[in-house]
Structure formats: structure tokens, C-alpha cells
Design a protein around this ligand. Sequence first.
Ligand SMILES: O=C(O)CCC(=O)C(=O)O
Length: 202
Amino acid sequence: MQPSIFDDEGLAVDASFATAQRTPLDRHSWVEHVPGWLTGSAELFDHLLALPGWEQRERWMPQGKVAEPRLTIDVADLDAAPHPVLRTVADALTTHYGVTYDGLWMNLYRDHRDSTGWHGDAASCRRPECTVPVLSLGGARRFLVRPVDGGASTTFSPVSGDLVVMGGRCQSDWRHAVPKQAQPSGPRISVNFRASSQARPD
Ligand SMILES: O=C(O)CCC(=O)C(=O)O
């Protein structure tokens, strides 16, 4: 039996990471996909979707200020996480990856037209190597990774309860994106774990 960490409501993470599949991108970087890592993801998704704090952010583009095509909630301090299982999740990630996750941010992709473009997590990763876990909840979306200078992308297809972890030099040598898609999809939430240690330069 896989060791699982349960909370009172039957939500559980697989602390053994038994289903983890690591894809090396090059000598320095990798992506790990952990299918079915969180049991009870639908319940957590419903709880997070109903939060009042989803924020519409804007960003400057060459054409001016535009609304980001997704909504966001930032939780700077893990102690303020909007569901207790997020602490369990962060603790399991901390134990497994050896990085202390102490904050998070969440993105809500309302449907298949929401997206995030090619980027690296520059603000939360100021070290050459960082480990950045992303938990998917709700609708299935593609998660793409490609070299910073362009080139072929590698596609991961996380469904609800799956974990995707970017490691090594992923945030400096690679870019990642969740593209819009033609095929309709329901809402998806990604929970992105942040470590203040990684946000400080070495
Ligand atoms: O939603 C995702 O799966 C990734 C989100 C992301 O890359 C970000 O917010 O920086």
C-alpha cells in the first residue's frame, strides 16, 4: 500500500510519489509529472473555486495595459492558505523535494480561452536551480515547456489531482506555458508552490 497523508475530509497526497515520471529536458533541467498525486481533488477544487478573492490582474504589453486571461489569488504566507490540505500538500512537497515551501499562488483558468504565455517564474526563482511544484485541479489543460530561445516544446497533460514539478534550470533555461485551446474545457485551477529561500539569490 502507498503511504498516504490524509486530512479529516478524505483528501490525501501520495507521500511516496509512486507514480512520478521524470522527464529530463537536458543535462540540467527536468519536469516530473506525478499522476493521481492528490486524492479528493474535486472537493478541493470546489472549495477554491468558490473563494471570493479571485483577482483580475493587468499587465503591460506593447499595445498597452491588458487584463490577464486568467484570475489569480496570491497567498504570501502558507499559514493563510484557504484550505488546510494545502499545508499538508506543501509539507509533503517540502519533505520530498528538500525545499521549504512557505507560500503559494493560484491561477483560475475559467475555460479553454484562458491561458498563460511563455514565461519563467523569475520573481519566485532567483537561483540558478529551483524546484517549482504545480498542482492541477479541475479541467485538463496542456502544460508546455520549451527552451528559452525557442524550439520544440514538450507537452505534459495533467488532469485534476496531478502534480507537475519543474526542476533544475527550468526557470532560467526553459519557458513554460498553458496555451489557449480550441477544444472547450471547464475551469481549471493551478496551485503553484513558492519557497522564499528560492526567491533569494544564492
Ligand atoms: O497554471 C499552470 O499550470 C502554470 C502557472 C504558471 O506557470 C504561473 O503562474 O507562473
